[in-house]
Design a protein around this ligand. Structure first.
Ligand SMILES: [Fe+2]
Ligand SMILES: [Fe+2]
Length: 154
């Protein structure tokens, strides 16, 4: 896999996550291997978050203080927390009564889809502007190495 920069890399990972969300949905509908699929998704999402933390959020944090930067970081962090809450609710639903699983899955699905759309349409273009071409290219290489290293364990 050849990567040009960290943004393209994360967009490609979003596609992988979208695929996994659909698989998770199918397993919930058929009531098959639900826990395995959800665990697999959680592991991959954890990796995705780690990539965004290390190769997007941290580099922005190191930039000079400005309002745009602070707002962006706040929003990203809040949305990631919300996704973890929804994942927690899905896991809880799976481990309790089945009736809530579909709803919990739908809530997670809808929120994640809109988060990813926002990242790709609003956040990532801002990040590219804030960090500059050279930096996002260097970060792309580092992100890819990190991914290849940890993906083995996913
Ligand atoms: Fe994200
Ligand atoms: Fe993302």
């Amino acid at each position: 896999m050849t990567v040009t920069n960290v943004i393209d890399f994360l967009v490609r990972d979003h596609e992988r996550l979208a695929q996994m969300r659909l698989e998770m949905g199918r397993s919930i509908t058929k009531n098959m291997l639900v826990k395995d699929k959800v665990k697999e998704y959680i592991r991959h999402f954890e990796l995705h978050e780690a990539l965004e933390e290390k190769f997007l959020i941290s580099p922005i944090e190191r930039l000079r203080e400005n309002k745009e930067k602070n707002d962006l970081l706040q929003r990203l962090t809040d949305e990631h927390h919300k996704i973890w809450d929804l994942i927690g609710q899905l896991w809880e639903a799976i481990n309790s009564r089945r009736g809530f699983v579909q709803q919990a899955y739908f809530d997670l699905f809808a929120y994640t889809e809109s988060h990813i759309r926002e990242e790709e349409q609003v956040f990532f273009p801002k990040v590219s502007k804030l960090l500059g071409e050279k930096m996002i290219a260097d970060l792309g290489e580092k992100a890819q190495k990190y991914y290849e290293h940890y993906h083995v364990q996913v």
